[in-house]
Design a protein around this ligand. Sequence first.
Ligand code: ADP
Length: 486
Amino acid sequence: MRISIKIKFSIFLAILLLFTVFILSLLVLRGIRSNQVEQYERYLERQTETANVYFMQTILAESNKSSQIFLNTKGVEFARQLELLTGQSVVLYDRDGAVVSKKPASGGSDRMKRILEYSLEGKTAYLVEQDELYYLTPLSVENGQVGVIQFYYSLKEDNDFYNRIRQTCISIGAIIFLLSFILAYFYFDSFANGIIKLERMVDRVREGHYDISFLKRKDEIGRLSVGIRDMSRQIMATMNEMVGEQEKLTLAVNKLSLLDQQQKQFIGNVTHEFKTPLTSIRAYVDLLEMYPDDNQLMETAKKIIKSETERLYEMVDKVLQLSALEKYDFEYHPEIIDTKLIIESVLQSLSGKMNKFGLELETELTEAYISADKDSLVIILVNLLDNAIKYNKVNGKVLVKNYIRDSYVFIEISDTGIGIPKEAADRIFDPFYTVDKNRSRQSGGAGLGLSLVKRYTERQGGKITLVQSDSSGTSFGISFPVVHSI
Ligand code: ADP
C-alpha cells in the first residue's frame, strides 16, 4: 500500500507531539509522586516524634512500671490514646515483635514480618500495598528501644489525585495527537499538493508531452516546477532538432538513392543510345570491307555514316551539356537580351530547315527584355523550334510569339504537329524519353532536347511549361522575369 506523503508528514508530526506530551507528563507525574512521598514521610516522622514523646510522658507518669511491663499491660489502652492523639490507626509491638495493642486488621505477610524485624533493629521502614501504607518505627525511651509503633496511613487520596493527573495527561496526549494530525494534514495539504502536481508534470514529460506549465508558487516547489518546465522545453527542442535532422537525413538518403537510380538509368540509356548509331556505322564499315567495289553501297554508306556520326556527335554534345548542368559547373554569364531580336536571329538560322519541311512561319513579336545567358537561351529556342519543325505535319505551321504579363516575359512556340499524348506529357522532360522512338531516331533525336531546355531554363530562374498539346498541335511556353530598362 502506498501511503501519501501528506499522511506520512501528519503522522510524524502527531507522533512527535505525542512523544513530547508523554515526556512532559512523565516528568509531572514523577514530580507529583516524589512530592507525595516527601509529604507523607515528613508527616509520619512527625507522628513518630509525637508518639515517642507521648510514650515518654506516659511512662514517667507511671513511674513504678518498667516500659516493657507498661506495654504488655496497658498497650491496648495506650494505642487507643495514641490513635486519638495522632488520628492514625496504630498497632504496637513489644521488644520481641509481639502485638501488644489490638490486632492489626491485615498484616502477618512475609514482607510485613521482614519490615517488623527491620524496625526491631531500631530502623524506620514502611510497606506500601496499593492504597495502604504501613509505617513501622521504633518506640524508644531514654535507655533504648522498647518496641515498635506501626502507623497505618491511607494513600487513597494521593493515589486518586495521581491517577486523575495521569488520566488527564493521557487525554491531553490523545487530543494533541488527534488535533496535531488534523492540523498537520491540512497544513501539509498544499505542500503535498505541490509535490503531487510536480509528480504529474514529470509523468507528462515521461509520456512525451513536453509542453507543460509551471506551478504559480513562490517557494522551492514553484522554483522546482519552473526547472522541470525549462528542462522539458529543452528536451522538446532537442527532440524537434533530432526529428528535423532525421527528416533531413531521410530526405537526403531518398534523394541520394533516387539520384543513384537516375544515374544508373541515365548511363544505361546513354550506352543504349550510343550503341545504335555505332552499330549502324560498324555494319556499313563491315559491308564496305566485304564489297569495296560496290559504288552504290559506298554512296549509301557515306550518307548513313555521316548522318549517324552527326547524330552521335550531337548526342555526345547534349550528354556533356546535361552532365555539366547536373554537376553545377554551368558557366552562367547573364546579360540583358531583347527576346524579340534573339528569337528572330534563331528563326533566321532555322529558316532553311523550315523551308525544307514546307512549313509556314508566323510570328507575333514585341520588344521584351530579360536577363539571361545568351548561349543557353539560343540552345533553349533552337531545341524548342527544332521540335516544332521535327514533329510537325507536312505544310504545317510554326507560330512564335512573345509578350509581357505580370512582370514576366513569355515566349510561346506553337506548331500544328502530331501533338504529345496526355500520358506522355509528364515524362517528356526526362532524359532519353521519346514518345515514338522511330520517329525521334529518324529525325536525329534521342530524347535529350527537352531535358536540356528545362535545366537551362530553370538554372536561369525561368520556367517552362507544356501549354497545350493535342492532335491539332503543341504549344510550349517559357517565361523569365522582365527587365524594364536597358
Ligand atoms: P528529341 O530530341 O527526341 O526530340 P526531346 O527531349 O526534344 O527529344 O523531346 C522528347 C519527346 O517529346 C520527343 O521524342 C517527342 O516525342 C516529344 N515532343 C517534343 N516536342 C514535341 C512537339 N513540338 N510536338 C510533338 N511531340 C513533341
